[in-house]
Design a protein around this ligand. Structure first.
Ligand SMILES: [Zn+2]
Length: 208
C-alpha cells in the first residue's frame, strides 16, 4: 500500500495550498520537491549513531516550522509516515521508541511536544512500544542562575536523566531537527547509563 494514502484526508497541499487529488499532505509537485531534499545520512555520532532523513531546508523546513509553531499537528503523523517508510527496512528489533524530550517550558508554551507526537504515531505504525517517561530533561533552573545566555542554552541541551524499570535494551530515539548532535549524545549517555545497549536515533531533518 502507498504509504501516503494512509494519512488523513487533506483537500489542500500543506505547503503550496494547491488542491490535492489524493489524501496526501502534499500535492504531487511538492512531493517531488520533498524527494529532492531526501538525504538519509548516516551520522556516526560519538555516542549514538543514527539517521537524518531530509536536509533542513525549503519545503522540509517550512513544514517543520508550521508543525512546531503554527499548531499543524497533523503533520506529526505525516513525519511519522516518512520515518516508517525508512525504518521498516532497518534490521533491528527495537524494544522501545523514545522521543527526545523538549524542555518543559517549551512544551508549556507550545502546548505539545512535537517530537512526542511523531514518536507516538511511529509507535502506532510499527507496533513498537512508545514511552515518553524514560527520558526526561532535568529541571536545573537554580543551577542556571549564574550562567550567561549561551552557557545556559548549552546546559539545557545537556541535562537529561533516564529512569527505566522495564528490561529494555534497544531504543529508537526520535528527534525532529538534528543540529550539532549534542542533544542526541546526551540522551544516549543517560540511556546507556541505565543499561540500554543499543540506541539508534532517527531525525526528520538536519543541517550537516
Ligand atoms: Zn503543493
Amino acid at each position: 500500500m502507498d504509504i501516503f494514502k494512509l494519512i488523513s484526508p487533506a483537500v489542500r497541499c500543506s505547503y503550496c495550498g494547491k488542491g490535492t487529488y489524493d489524501d496526501s499532505c502534499l500535492c504531487e509537485s511538492c512531493q517531488e520537491d520533498l524527494e529532492k531534499l531526501k538525504r538519509i545520512a548516516l551520522i556516526e555520532g560519538t555516542i549514538v549513531r543514527g539517521h537524518i532523513l531530509y536536509e533542513y531546508n525549503g519545503i522540509v523546513k517550512d513544514l517543520i516550522i508550521k508543525y512546531k509553531y503554527n499548531q499543524h499537528r497533523y503533520l506529526g503523523k505525516y513525519f511519522a509516515m516518512l520515518m516508517y517508510d525508512f525504518i521498516k527496512d532497518i534490521p533491528v528489533d527495537f524494544d522501545v521508541i523514545i522521543p527526545v524530550p523538549s524542555h518543559w517550558k517549551r512544551k508549556f508554551e507550545r502546548g505539545f511536544n512535537q517530537t512526542e507526537i511523531i514518536a507516538k504515531e511511529l509507535s502506532n505504525l510499527t507496533g513498537i512500544t512508545y514511552n515518553n517517561k524514560i527520558l526526561k530533561r532535568t529541571d536545573n533552573s537554580k543551577a542556571l542562575k549564574n550562567l550567561n545566555r549561551e552557557e545556559r542554552e548549552k546546559e539545557l541541551e545537556n541535562s537529561f536523566m533516564a529512569i527505566c524499570k522495564k528490561p529494555y535494551k534497544t531504543a529508537l530515539l526520535i528527534d525532529d531537527i538534528y543540529t550539532t548532535g549534542t542533544t542526541i549524545n546526551h540522551c544516549g549517555i543517560a540511556l546507556y547509563e541505565i543499561g540500554f545497549d543499543q540506541i539508534v536515533f532517527l531525525s526528520i531533518s538536519g543541517n550537516y
